[in-house]
Design a protein around this ligand. Structure first.
Ligand SMILES: [Fe+2]
Length: 298
């Protein structure tokens, strides 16, 4: 079947994130997936270099942005969804279980009373299996929890934008140790993706390339089933859970987790300004769960 859409990736070196612009060839309607707002933690400065590359592409191609899709509330970068929306319009959407994630982080950050963990900060919340359109191109939102409880994959014209579930085959899968994350659930979500037709193109949200290759973001279901180091065919759920859990115990907390989540649960809106006109991020002290200590020998 011939394709009705085109895909443009944008790789952000600083966070290893891949943003995509997908546009419908017939109508030039477009979706922006997982846009990045640059953030320098040391200076507290945000910047729009990454998002401005997306704006330039949209302008250059003469696209109309209908959707700004988030695969999940990211812990490694701030979302540029609001910035993009301010420039180009479009509806900001995420999975409906974002409410659970908002509830967890409202509590952690002790967010203002007026912040409701009801998903109302987003323009649309997808349920599992919901179909939508980008111009004349059909799309489906698929619930793929495990990395977080709210992760969605977006199936668009024979391509799957899988967020943080599968990574490139030689990198494996996303971590499952964030609040509400679960390795067993992640395994089942990866199988859900791997049950798609083998020629389905897979576009990942991150690449952390090994030393011998540059960044990459596209594979296929067939390639993942043959080669994914964590979930290729033949690796059982039990084996995956053991591997994923052991690996997660060694992973440090992402550098931008505390800034990222308090912006991303607001759909990329920065926190409200205080009386002096300055916006602040909060850093909760000693509140994130301690990393698992190595198990004492029995
Ligand atoms: Fe993530």
């Amino acid at each position: 079947m011939s394709r009705t859409s085109a895909i443009q990736p944008f790789f952000d070196e600083a966070t290893g994130t891949v943003t995509y612009v997908v546009h419908d060839l017939a109508t030039r309607s477009a979706a922006v997936i997982d846009p990045v707002l640059d953030f320098d933690f040391k200076s507290g400065r945000t910047a729009t270099r990454s998002a401005d590359r997306v704006l330039a592409h949209v302008a250059g191609q003469g696209l109309q942005v209908d959707w700004i899709l988030e695969t999940h509330a990211h812990a490694d970068h701030l979302s540029a969804a609001r910035y993009i929306q301010g420039k180009l319009g479009g509806r900001i959407a995420i999975g409906e279980r974002i409410r659970d994630v908002q509830a967890v982080f409202k509590k952690l950050y002790n967010l203002e009373r007026s912040f409701l963990p009801d998903g109302s900060q987003f323009d649309h919340l997808f349920h599992d299996g919901e179909t939508f359109r980008i111009g004349e191109t059909e799309a489906t939102a698929l619930l793929v929890p495990g990395h977080t409880p709210a992760d969605m994959a977006y199936l668009i014209d024979g391509a799957a934008f899988v967020g943080d579930t599968l990574f490139m085959p030689d990198v494996g899968t996303a971590r499952a140790d964030f609040p509400g994350g679960d390795a067993r659930t992640l395994y089942r979500s990866t199988r859900r993706i791997l049950d798609l037709p083998p020629q389905t193109r897979i576009f990942v949200c991150h690449d952390y390339p090994p030393a011998h290759r540059g960044a990459a973001w596209e594979s296929t279901v067939g390639d993942q089933r043959a080669n994914n180091i964590h979930v290729r065919d033949g690796i059982t759920e039990e084996a995956f859970v053991a591997l994923r859990t052991a690996r997660d115990a060694t992973l440090d907390v992402p550098a931008l987790i505390l800034p990222s989540l308090q912006v991303n649960v607001r759909a990329g809106q920065l926190p409200p300004a205080e009386e002096n006109g300055v916006r602040y991020l909060k850093i909760p002290l000693d509140a994130l769960p301690r990393k698992a200590e190595p198990a004492p020998r029995a």
